[in-house]
Design a protein around this ligand. Sequence first.
Ligand SMILES: [Zn+2]
Length: 204
Amino acid sequence: MDALTAGELGPDLTWFVLAMRRLEWGYAQLREGECDPRWETSEFDTDVGEVLNDAGANLYYFSVTRSLKSATRCYQAAVLLLKEPYGAIPVENLLRAALLATVKALFILQPNKRKSREARFGHLYHADRSALEYAAFRELKLLGLEVPNDDSKQPQPQVIQESKIIRDVLDDLVAYGNCLCDGRACPQRDIQGFRHRVLLLWDC
Ligand SMILES: [Zn+2]
């Protein structure tokens, strides 16, 4: 790649080579994460954020590590499935899950202020909890078991739109700006273009 100019390679091949470089970069990041002693630990860090449950566990830390592990395993599973004759659908589903897990981790890690990070986690957590309470309520009703007669007591699911989380995360990346190294394969180059491509793929 270095010996040839982009013009000699042609636009498609240039794009392909850059994509492969970025995938290599992504794998290196994942390997680094998995080599970190905190990857498997059940102990929790409170440096970045702390939201405790009744049992004293740090839900914020649990959520970050769980999202990162989900993203890693979904990407790895997608790569494995690419070699199998099952078609594109399972790969697309895994990539969708991986993208959501990635942006959820970034969404609660990105704000500079600890209070904003914990507040963002609070939004995500309460949306999940309310979905669970709503499902439990509907199930009890279906089984004819006791539920409050008063409709105003029926839990309403709070929804955080996935598209909004993706857009907020990408907007934060754009605000952070491009890397100044000027390397063509640098993953932090052309962040605006990156935002555009991710949103186009998400729309698809
Ligand atoms: Zn760079």
